[in-house]
Design a protein around this ligand. Structure first.
Ligand SMILES: Nc1ncnc2c1ncn2[C@@H]1O[C@H](COP(=O)(O)OP(=O)(O)OP(=O)(O)O)[C@@H](O)[C@H]1O
Length: 244
């Protein structure tokens, strides 16, 4: 899903959550989360099934609201442009590949000539030109995810939230997506992503946020986390033990 509408003129990061929580039907799903997401970093969010990783991303992105505590973007707004989210299974329009890239730019208010320029640039940048006129939903899973990431890139986000972007993909498609993520990062786009793939987390993470039962129990530089997590829950997780 693309949330950006207009390019932000001001830096929107750091994004701060201050004792943020989210409850549904009276049940706390995320609790007491305090974190600052700094510009230019690659943060990987880890934790066992049901720990709250997807909800955390949705809360940051603005798909759900904190029911307690605060979510604060650096520019002071509650929900900002210049950020995008890509899901495990990409949400693509029933249109061509090119039209999928064009539509959010149209929503952003860009004129036809500017959109055309950006669509061509994006197709070329990610090797999607041969697929340009193909119906997006008929692409392979790997191609669809490549398109979803390319579409997000075209919006010039300052931060990109990626929820399990490769979990449905084979190793070669996964490698392509990881290369895209690294390229985005090299351009200065902040990456916040979840993954169940420990190898991928080791390859991509600069920082790790570890969630357990809806709480953020560790936030560390990746090298420290993988060398020796501070909590028994994270140690058990890395060791492959079942934790609940
Ligand atoms: N809208 C909702 N209403 C009630 N409970 C919800 C809702 N969305 C998520 N949950 C619950 O919140 C918990 C955290 O869900 P979330 O999808 O964030 O976990 P996750 O860490 O991403 O898990 P996984 O690794 O399995 O994808 C789960 O127990 C889930 O069932």
């Amino acid at each position: 899903m693309i949330a950006a509408r207009k390019p932000a003129r001001h830096p929107i990061l750091p994004l701060r959550l201050v004792r943020a929580g989210h409850a549904a039907a009276g049940r706390p799903l995320l609790s007491d989360i305090t974190i600052s997401i700094e510009a230019g970093r690659r943060l990987v969010v880890m934790g066992p099934n049901g720990a709250g990783k997807s909800l955390f991303l949705r809360l940051c992105h603005g798909l759900i609201e904190p029911t307690s505590g605060l979510r604060l973007w650096a520019d002071g707004s509650a929900r900002v442009a210049a950020q995008a989210m890509v899901f495990q299974r990409p949400v693509l329009l029933r249109r061509t590949v090119a039209a999928n890239i064009d539509y959010p730019l149209f929503l952003q208010g860009l004129g036809r000539a500017e959109r055309q320029r950006l669509v061509i640039q994006t197709l070329q940048r990610f090797g999607l030109q041969p697929l340009s006129d193909r119906p997006a939903r008929r692409l392979s899973g790997g191609e669809q995810q490549r398109l979803a990431l390319a579409r997000a890139w075209a919006m010039k986000p300052q931060v990109l939230f990626l929820d399990e972007p490769t979990s449905a993909l084979d190793p070669s498609a996964t490698r392509i997506i990881e290369e895209m993520i690294e390229a985005f990062s090299a351009e200065g786009i902040t990456i916040v992503m979840t993954t169940h793939d420990l190898g991928q987390a080791r390859r991509l993470a600069q920082e790790v946020a570890f969630l357990h039962c809806g709480r953020l129990i560790e936030h560390q530089p990746a090298a420290h986390f993988f060398a020796g997590p501070a909590t028994p829950e994270a140690r058990a997780f890395l060791a492959g033990d079942l934790i609940w």
